[in-house]
Design a protein around this ligand. Structure first.
Ligand code: F3S
Length: 679
């Protein structure tokens, strides 16, 4: 007797595969449409499903000649190109539910034949899928069903190998290995469907955890048969078509039961089986074909056990909900199982594995997917489509973009400040990465004109969304601006500046702009004018001869006009005046060098420091009578002079060339006498 309630464990991958589910959905759509619809051959290898559609008026036919009008549903197994041509010629409506994976095998068969390979199809000769594939290589292919048959093949030049999608992967590998030495050139394509493989692998894993496996499916399904074979190899296995095939005595001595189902088994049959298993305890005797001993035993099941079954059933239901193959447009959660440079493999649960190509990973431009995700990470993805090679094409970028767009829309409505990094320049502005790419018009980069936009690239700033239009086809859907924020920041700085500034203060500033009449100095959010006359004590030709844009300098707050918000600055005030230099550097009696800068009838003016001239009166030019100063000195001549007097009040300096010369003569005589003495 079974240990009821049994612990039921459902395989991770079981029931309808993506291709069959797609065909099922297309047939359901057809059932809603006007007109008569037929399936060319049974839609799937499952009597229940066929009956389900017959009840909706969708009948299977074996040949096109059986009908005269209506619509044809091509099942997931696919058909030959001749059938497609015939359907088109007869003008029938068509719903082509050929599984994308099978379509890929068609394309490969056609390509291999076109390139004159000897085509080998590993599969069951009479299987409709293989029949279809044969048509795509002009029936010029050899079908082999086993390694033994592969061994029989003769040596050829070029061999191309493909497989029926539902065959066992190990067997296909053995076939390829066997055929490998038989050709000079061999091309083998992996065409086994991952759905079949996954069902087989999941069933294999479950076999190790249970006392018995229940395989649900139709014996006519190759997929189900392969699955059952796999289970039989591991543990006691029972193949049933529907819940009606269940007999309680089959589970004698079993406490853990594993359940799996072929790719053509619909969810409702799995559910019925699970329900029936969980109801075994409560089943009324008349409903059972059991012996009395069994009935008694069922009646004795305790309430606690029933609760256990309910929980188990709820778990099963949750698992079955999980089994649904995601449809195009679904947003689903998945776990990253492999990360390559150019793509990411994602386990999206239930039955499927998906691929995110690098271009669909992120709005960011990266060289490798490894920069963005890692194995084990849970991510949300959008199902884009079933790709030609049968994998599900996913996009993380679109999910992320949608989330970011939703957030941005909210930020736009609420006028929030967002952060973004300038990604590059374009005509008329900059591109900014704010999670998606937004446009920043050049006129909104600052609160004034910006000469060089390149300076902003790769830098992060705060922005406000000023335009958001999800449906916009041309141009950017999001436009951002810094202008308002920059203005606000400057106004804040201005207020702080005026609150703290006083005349007479010495502050630091940056030379922002140089103009002919001076320079504008940025004092931290506010600009003051340093007039040319306030740059230095000495006359300068142009402000740029002293200052450089960007340079930091100290300035003196000369005057403030709070009303007009003007600040006058002085640099000169912080420098020593030439007279201060003269007073600190020279004394009366010093002999110094100077330059004759001007000659007057009464003497010559000699510059001894920039901006400070002294006068050598005509009487002090030589120790003889001088008619005209220019008889002794000329402009620009460098001469040695003696300081006779310094009058800081009158700012006058009296110099003497004559005494400087006498001094030097005396010095020469002294030096001569010193030398004589030494001799
Ligand atoms: Fe199903 Fe297509 Fe694979 S029909 S089993 S997904 S080849």
């Amino acid at each position: 007797m079974g240990c009821f309630p049994l612990e039921l464990l459902i395989a991770d991958h079981a029931g309808f595969c993506g291709g069959v589910r797609r065909a099922f959905q297309m047939a359901e759509e057809a059932g809603q449409e006007h007109g008569k619809w037929y399936t060319l051959g049974p839609l799937v290898h499952n009597e229940e499903v066929i009956r389900y559609f017959e009840n909706q008026g969708i009948k299977p036919i074996h040949q096109l000649s059986e009908i005269n009008g209506g619509g044809i549903i091509i099942r997931s197994h696919g058909v030959t190109p001749e059938i497609i041509r015939e359907v088109e010629e007869k003008g029938y409506l068509v719903k082509d539910a050929t599984c994308p994976l099978v379509k890929r095998v068609h394309n490969l068969a056609q390509m291999l034949r076109g390139e004159e390979y000897e085509v080998i199809i590993f599969g069951d000769r009479n299987h409709p899928e293989v029949q279809g594939i044969l048509g795509w290589c002009d029936y010029r292919a050899t079908v082999i069903a086993s390694v033994d048959e592969a061994r029989e093949l003769k040596q050829v030049n070029k061999l191309g190998i493909i497989s029926q999608t539902t065959k066992s992967e190990e067997e296909y590998q053995s076939v390829i290995t066997e055929l490998f030495p038989k050709a000079q050139e061999l091309r083998a394509f992996h065409t086994i469907c991952p759905a079949s493989r996954k069902r087989q692998e999941a069933a294999g894993v479950l076999c190790n955890e249970v006392d018995m496996m229940l395989v649900i499916g139709d014996e006519s399904s190759s997929n189900t048969r392969t699955l059952a074979r796999k289970c039989i190899a591991g543990v006691k296995t029972l193949l049933i078509r529907t819940a009606k095939d269940l007999k309680k005595e089959d589970f004698e001595g079993i406490s853990r039961l594993g359940i799996t189902a072929g790719a053509s088994t619909p969810d409702w049959i799995i559910k019925e089986v699970v329900e029936k298993m969980t109801q075994f305890d409560d089943v009324a005797p008349q409903e059972q074909n059991q012996e009395t001993t069994n009935e008694e035993s069922f009646a004795n099941v305790e309430a606690q056990e029933t609760t256990g079954n309910e929980e188990s059933f709820a778990k099963m239901e949750a698992q079955m909900a999980d089994l649904a193959t995601p449809n195009r447009g679904d947003v689903i959660k998945g776990t990253v199982i492999q990360v390559l440079d150019d793509e990411v493999m994602v386990d999206v649960g239930g039955k499927s594995e998906g691929v995110i190509p690098l271009r669909e990973l992120s709005v960011k431009d990266v060289n490798s997917a490894k920069e963005l995700v890692s194995v084990g990470e849970e991510i949300e993805v959008l199902v884009l489509k079933w790709d030609d090679d049968g994998t599900i094409l996913l996009s993380k970028k679109k999910v992320d973009s949608k989330k970011v767009m939703d957030q941005l829309e909210n930020d736009f409505k609420e006028g929030k400040v967002i952060e973004g990094t300038v990604a590059g320049t374009v005509k008329g502005g900059l591109l900014v990465d704010v999670g998606v790419i937004a446009f920043l018009p050049a006129s909104h980069v600052e609160d004034g004109y910006v000469k060089n936009l390149d300076e902003y690239v790769n830098k992060t700033y705060s922005f406000k969304v000023i335009e958001f239009n999800r449906t916009k086809k041309r141009g950017s859907q999001i436009v951002v601006s810094r202008k308002e924020l920059v203005e606000a920041e400057k106004s804040k700085q201005r207020d702080a500046f005026w609150a703290s500034i006083e005349e007479g203060q010495i502050v630091k500033g940056k030379v922002k702009r140089i103009v002919d009449y001076g320079a504008f100095i940025d004092l931290g959010g506010f600009e003051g004018l340093l007039h040319v006359s306030e740059i230095d004590h000495v006359r300068i030709d142009h402000p740029s001869s002293v200052l450089t844009e960007g340079e930091e300098i100290e300035v003196f707050i000369l005057a403030l006009d709070r009303e007009k918000q003007r600040v006058s600055l002085s640099r000169k005030k912080l420098l020593k005046s030439p007279w201060e230099i003269v007073l600190s550097k020279y004394n009366e009696g010093d002999i110094i060098e100077g330059t004759v800068v001007r000659i007057a009838p009464f003497g010559a003016f000699v510059e001894i420091e920039p901006g400070v001239d002294g006068l050598v009166h005509i009487s002090q030019l030589a120790d003889r009578r001088v008619e005209k100063p220019q008889d002794v000195v000329s402009v620009d001549e460098k001469i040695k002079v003696k300081i006779l007097s310094i009058d800081p009040e009158e700012k006058r300096i009296g110099l003497s060339l004559k005494e400087a010369n006498e001094n030097s003569e005396e010095q020469e005589v002294q030096e001569y006498l010193d030398n004589q003495e030494q001799e």
